[in-house]
Every structure is written in structure tokens, then in C-alpha cells.
Ligand binder design. Structure first.
Ligand code: SF4
Length: 293
């Protein structure tokens, strides 16, 4: 097209649209159209802005969308806790027991073993040896056949018999109710002590960190640590103390039901849109490479 013949585009201001119309007609129409135009402008502005925005590089988490993201923000942590409450109301320890001593023994036996297996072994065990004294009178080798199916039975036998003897010698035959005392018992580390304190005595002295808690709290970016003791310290800082006991039980249930080690069932997970785990199987939110078990 020759130069100068290019049809003029209407100006953005609409100034030229009015040229051919009578001033009165235009005035009336403009007045009528004003509210509609206002609405259109409201809707169109963000769309135009988003179109104008530079595209994010494909495949990389956008720095902009992570800016200001704090996985430990109280609002986020509270939302996680609320959703766990809804999904796992009344969560508690799955190990069957009738006393602090039975719970202590069951927890020692549960290392590297399922609670289901332990619950099959303990009823027979406590019928055969009904008191702390009965266990203390045994040699570890005598106990081994009764707990063989829980695995690591030699070490566990030593721990259980040693624990019974320690209770009789130092604690009047009773399971103590402080962390310091519990840690003096053979076979008892912080995890076992926290289970007994929290579940039996309802004392929140720490957070139980087992393999599920370790894996899931890392996926949820509540900790970056791998060492259970450091993870526990991190969790104690971000989770309110009145939630320490139930939180661990809920996470353990979650780890068994949905957030399993391999192929977590993210599409069914109530925490899905709060979770940026690197090994998610389905996601509606961006993935954080560092959020891994
Ligand atoms: S979304 Fe997936 S990885 Fe994240 S907590 Fe749920 S099940 Fe686990």
C-alpha cells in the first residue's frame, strides 16, 4: 500500500471515534456506556498486565513465585496442623499396651519392625512374663525365641532384660517419667522416651521422630536436617507444644496411609497444595528440588 494511505487506527483514547457523531448523541451514549466501560476496564487491566509480563523460563521454578515463601510461616504450619486434625482425628499410638512398662517394651520391639507384627508378639509375651520382675529374672537368650519375629532379636532381648533390671535397681520397678531418667535405660533413645512420655504420661517433652516423621517433615520443608535429633529440635521450634504429641501420631498415620516412601499418593493428600516435595507424584503447585526425604 502506498505510503500515506494506511487507514488510521482509532486512538486508544477513543478521541477519533467521536469525530463523526453529533456532540449530543455522543454525550448521551458516553454517559450510558460509562459504567459498562468501567467494568470492562477493571477486568481487562489485569489480563493486559499479565500478558505484558515477561514469560517465566520453562522448567525452572520461578524465583518470583518463591520470593517471600517461608515454609515455616506460622500460617502455613497451622494450616498443615488443621488439615492433619481433620484427616486424622484422635490419632494415637498404634502399639497395644496396658501399662507404661508394656508400652516401653513394645516400643523397643518396634524398631525396624511394623506395629502390626509387634502387636502379634506382645500379648503372648506379657502373658508369659507378666511383670517387670519376670523379665529381669531372664537371661537375654531366654527371651530371644519369643521376640525373634520382630527382627534384631538379640539386641532387643538385651535391651528389654536390661531395661527391666534397670527399673528394679534404680527406679523402684516403675517406668520413670522424665526424659533424663528414661535415657538411662538400656535400649531407650529419645524416640522411645518420647513415645512413653507422650502416649502414657501425656507429657510433651519432645517430638517423636521415626522414619515417617523424618521423611514427611523434610518433604513438607519443616526441616532440612537428616539427623533425627536435629529434626526434633527443628520441629519443637515451629510446632506449638500442645501439638507435639498428636502431630507425630498424625504424621505416622499419614506416612502409612498416603505419604508413603515410594510413590506417595499425592492426588489423595489433604496437604497437597501446601507441599512442594521434590518426589511428589502429582502436583498443583511448583516443586522445590530441595524438599526431599
Ligand atoms: S502431597 Fe504427596 S509428598 Fe506431599 S505430603 Fe502429601 S502425599 Fe506426601
Amino acid at each position: 500500500m502506498p505510503r500515506g494511505l494506511t487507514p488510521r487506527q482509532p486512538s486508544r483514547s477513543g478521541r477519533h471515534d467521536k469525530v463523526a457523531q453529533s456532540p449530543q448523541r455522543t454525550k448521551g451514549r458516553t454517559a450510558k456506556a460509562a459504567p459498562i466501560l468501567k467494568k470492562v476496564a477493571k477486568v481487562a487491566a489485569p489480563i493486559a498486565a499479565s500478558k505484558a509480563a515477561p514469560k517465566k523460563p520453562a522448567g525452572k521454578p520461578a524465583a518470583a513465585s518463591r520470593k517471600g515463601y517461608n515454609p515455616l510461616a506460622p500460617e502455613r504450619v497451622n494450616e498443615i496442623l488443621n488439615r492433619l486434625d481433620q484427616r486424622y482425628p484422635g490419632a494415637t499410638c498404634a502399639l497395644h499396651h496396658n501399662s507404661a512398662w508394656e508400652l516401653l517394651v513394645a516400643t523397643i520391639l518396634s524398631a525396624q519392625c511394623t506395629d502390626v507384627r509387634v502387636n502379634m508378639v506382645t500379648p503372648v509375651l506379657f502373658q508369659k512374663y507378666p511383670t517387670v520382675e519376670a523379665f529381669a529374672a531372664l537371661e537375654p537368650e531366654e527371651l530371644e525365641p519369643d521376640i525373634r519375629s520382630t527382627g534384631f532379636f538379640r539386641n532387643k532381648s538385651k535391651s528389654v532384660v536390661g531395661a527391666a533390671r534397670k527399673l528394679l535397681s534404680d527406679f523402684g520397678g516403675q517406668v520413670p517419667r522424665t526424659m533424663d531418667e528414661l535415657l538411662q535405660i538400656p535400649g531407650v533413645a529419645r524416640k522411645t522416651a518420647n513415645v512413653v512420655l507422650g502416649t502414657w504420661f501425656k507429657i510433651a517433652d519432645g517430638v517423636v521422630v521415626d522414619t515417617h516423621v523424618q521423611r514427611i517433615t523434610r518433604r513438607l520443608e519443616l526441616t532440612k536436617n537428616e539427623d533425627p535429633q536435629k529434626i526434633e529440635q527443628d520441629l519443637m521450634k515451629v510446632i506449638p507444644r500442645n501439638k507435639w504429641i498428636v502431630f507425630a501420631h498424625q504424621i505416622i498415620l499419614h506416612g502409612r496411609a498416603l505419604c508413603i516412601a515410594r510413590k506417595p499418593k499425592c492426588a489423595d493428600c489433604p496437604l497437597e497444595n501446601l507441599c512442594h516435595a521434590a518426589d511428589k507424584t502429582w502436583s498443583t503447585v511448583e516443586i522445590h528440588k530441595s524438599a526431599k526425604p
